[in-house]
Design a protein around this ligand. Structure first.
Ligand SMILES: *Cc1c(COP(=O)(O)O)cnc(C)c1O
Length: 424
């Protein structure tokens, strides 16, 4: 074990991780070896509740027999073949089931890719290419919101509004105009509006901004504004999709159907990397004709194992009536979160279905109080990660009432220990 961790520190490099501290002698990285339901086990056999669904991906718990069986069955057929010039049944079945999740909507076409960032890239590129080849080449701008997060690849990062995620990339051959709020759209000039190809937004809640909620009705009003000006609406449901907000998709809370719906994280139940960008027949038809194609794709596009896992996850949604059981679970979660309000260092609690952000402070960000609190929670058997000083609780939808209670209790103890009242 020790030599394994030595090898890890010698050769690996982790995302968003200050590697100097990681590699220090005294730091023993947590190595996760197995998972069952909402529990994960480490190298020492200690168990933890998966309080952030393994970075917002897991839906039905780990090692779910239905999803495992679906992956195994596909593995006995073939693990992967190209989607370039070929097709296969899991992708076809999944495409149909995804489209059927939004009955009566215009979203009838499914384009597969590998992760949330690529699902966003597809939508942006489709929107830009659509207008370019259909008589509106001047529509070269994507409107995005302050503090938005849409992923880390260069194109996805360029529409993001959080500087730390942007690295050096910003100019990607298209313009990005950023606004803080819905109301700011009123200040756009006619010329600015005419240049807009699409508006992109995380519906209902901005995740990486610290679980920041949009006002009720904002999404509907934005959608109406887009329709009025015939500008595409791209919804980034990478985090909110697949029941996380209490409904299958966040857009269903406000009866909004976008022109592009980007899905990833929870698509496979959190088992394998796969993404889908859903769009309309109108957009699809804009790519028909001689020499026209959507010039985009990846080696692992529509990977069979991923599609099989996604089909397994949707089967669990149906068989276990996951959405029907959610309101009761969400209500229990709400009640539990309320009990944290009496802690003096809890400044705000924001919740959207099974997503919660508990903001502690006020602290100077460099004190890393969020990180410290989450490390303390580990000692109480809870794994999660903060966004600065917002502690994130995003349990798998499969979490039982008892598991939810245990998670919130663990977090409560951690906050009380670490987050001494507001004297910063
Ligand atoms: C995680 C996330 C992404 C990026 O997805 P990756 O699979 O990490 O590339 C994009 N948008 C939102 C809202 C996300 O939460």
């Amino acid at each position: 074990m020790t030599s394994l961790l030595q090898t890890e520190k010698r050769h690996l490099w982790h995302p968003f991780t200050p590697m100097q501290a990681w590699c220090e002698e005294g730091h023993e990285p947590l190595m996760l070896v197995s998972g069952h339901g909402c529990y994960l086990k480490d190298q020492h056999g200690r168990e933890y509740l998966d309080g952030n669904s393994s970075i917002w991906t897991n839906i039905h718990g780990h090692g779910h027999p239905t999803i495992n069986a679906a992956i195994r069955a596909q593995l006995d057929q073939v693990a992967h073949t190209s989607f370039l010039g070929f097709t296969h049944e899991p992708a076809i079945q999944l495409g149909k089931q995804l489209v059927d999740l939004l009955p009566g909507s215009d979203l009838s076409r499914v384009f597969y890719s590998d992760n949330g960032s690529t699902a966003i890239e597809c939508a942006i590129r489709m929107a830009l290419q659509y207008w370019k080849q259909n008589g509106h080449p001047s529509r070269d701008t994507i409107l995005a919101f302050d503090r938005a997060y849409h992923g880390d690849t260069l194109g996805a990062a360029s529409v993001g509004g959080i500087p730390i995620f942007k690295g050096s990339g910003n100019d990607f051959g298209y313009r990005v105009q950023r606004v803080p709020t819905l109301e700011a759209l009123d200040d756009l000039t006619r010329d600015e509006i005419k240049r807009l190809s699409a508006v992109i937004i995380e519906p209902l809640i901005q995740g990486s901004a610290g679980m920041r909620l949009w006002p009720k009705g904002m999404l509907k009003a934005l959608s109406d504004w887009c329709r009025q000006h015939d500008i595409f609406l791209i919804l980034d449901e990478v985090m909110t999709g697949f029941g996380r907000t209490g409904k299958m998709f966040a857009c269903q809370h406000e009866d909004v159907i976008p022109d592009f719906l980007c899905l990833a994280k929870g698509l496979t139940g959190g088992y394998l990397p796969l993404a889908a960008t859903l769009t309309t027949e109108r957009v699809f038809e804009g790519f028909l004709g001689p020499g026209r194609a959507f010039y985009y794709g990846h080696s692992y596009t529509a990977n069979q194992l991923g599609c099989a896992a996604a089909l397994g996850s949707l089967q669990v949604f149906r068989e276990e009536r996951v959405l029907e059981h959610l309101p009761e679970k969400v209500a229990h979660f709400t009640h539990l979160l309320t009990t944290l309000r009496d802690l003096p260092s809890v400044m705000d609690i924001r919740q959207c279905g099974m997503i919660a952000g508990i903001e502690i402070g006020p602290y100077a960000p460099e004190r890393l109080m969020g990180v410290k609190t989450c490390l303390a929670a580990r000692q109480h058997g809870l794994l999660t990660r903060p966004v600065v000083d917002t502690l994130v609780l995003m349990p798998p939808l499969a979490a039982t009432h008892v598991e939810l209670t245990t998670m919130v209790q663990a977090l409560r103890m951690a906050i009380s220990e670490v987050a001494a009242p507001t004297s910063s």
